[in-house]
Design a protein around this ligand. Structure first.
Ligand SMILES: [Zn+2]
Ligand SMILES: [Zn+2]
Length: 328
């Protein structure tokens, strides 16, 4: 099979002929149709996340058709369309798993990081962590739901009942979750890089009531904020605009250092928290909500062999919505 391989962090992925994997018990082999390109892929590519199992096939927003089943696979039929998310496997017995927080499992494996992912013609997955996908999305449209959508949704849930919601960084996750928040009747305040007027227009199209630069103050105090951009300086910025009792949610897996800030902007029972990974329950909940909320995804597609270009465009902030690799 063809695969785009990460051999050395920081060095371009290489298109290679790679052995097609064989499913073990409980695994399915998917013919990949589409795979989203996530900001996390860039962090792995850059070596900022250091447990990557090299050489590695990146990609954890996989949409594919089941072409082979290992022993004991009953959840999915041959030919069925399946989605594979970031959470690839958990141990089921550590203290975190035991209390229902499988997203925090200490022995978890992650697709496209510690397990090979979807920047390839075929991908293996443990059937227990895969999702059936709503029919209303094409393969490319469904791909970003599998991380941007899921992690975005978990982040949104972490803001509780917050009515006035700020979103910092308006990429793939924000454009999905803005639609859910709008559907839930929240007021949405979108912050982009200063001067990114096309990004601010896009945010308003996706349901934002207000859009401006991250250096601007919103017209109203926020009840909560979600930070999708990996920039630590946004944490005190968001805190300054968040009301007493409000939460600032850091949704990314990696962020630059958070600068020191005065205690006064945290005082008043404001919280800063992170969101790590996802649970299968998040996925089931989100895939039920997305079609009801009328979520649509805006995707820019690239052929598999152009994965390096997709990563560079994402890094440069030149992708509106989500970048997705498609396999013919
Ligand atoms: Zn565990
Ligand atoms: Zn991701």
């Amino acid at each position: 099979m063809k695969a785009m391989l990460l051999e050395t962090p920081g060095r371009a992925l290489r298109l290679v002929e790679w052995p097609r994997p064989q499913p073990d018990a409980g695994q399915i082999l998917l013919a990949v149709r589409a795979c989203g390109v996530c900001r996390t892929d860039l962090h792995v590519f850059d070596g900022e996340l250091q447990q990557a199992r090299l050489p590695l096939v990146l990609g954890h927003e996989i949409v594919g058709r089941v072409v082979e089943k290992g022993a004991g696979v009953e959840r999915f039929a041959l030919g069925q369309r399946v989605g594979v998310p970031w959470l690839g496997r958990t141990c089921g017995h550590c203290p975190e798993c035991a209390r229902g927080c499988e997203n925090l499992c200490t022995e978890a494996e992650f697709t496209g990081y510690t397990l090979d992912g979807g920047y390839a013609e075929f991908a293996l997955a443990d059937q227990r962590y895969c999702f059936a996908l709503p029919d209303c999305y094409s393969d490319a449209e469904a791909a970003p739901l599998l991380c941007a959508g899921l992690i975005g949704y978990r982040s949104l849930m972490a803001t509780g009942e917050a009515r006035r919601l700020g979103i910092y960084g308006f990429g793939a996750a924000a454009h999905i979750i803005a639609q859910v928040a709008h559907w839930q009747g929240r007021e949405l305040y979108a912050f982009t890089k200063p001067g990114d007027l096309p990004g601010q227009d896009f945010a308003r199209q996706m349901g934002a009531d207000w859009a401006g630069g991250a250096d601007q103050a919103p017209p109203e105090e926020l009840d909560a904020a979600i930070i999708f951009a990996p920039a630590g300086e946004l944490v005190p910025q968001a805190l300054r605009h968040t009301a007493k009792g409000g939460t600032v949610v850091c949704a990314g897996i990696h962020m630059s250092d958070i600068p020191a800030f005065p205690y006064a902007i945290l005082w008043g029972e404001r919280c800063i928290r992170s969101i790590a990974n996802l649970t299968r329950q998040d996925g089931e909940a989100f895939f039920a909500v997305a079609p009801r909320a009328g979520v649509r995804t805006e995707v820019t597609t690239f052929p598999l062999a152009s994965a390096n270009e997709a990563l560079q465009r994402l890094r440069a902030g030149q992708v509106q919505g989500a970048a997705v690799l498609v396999v013919d």
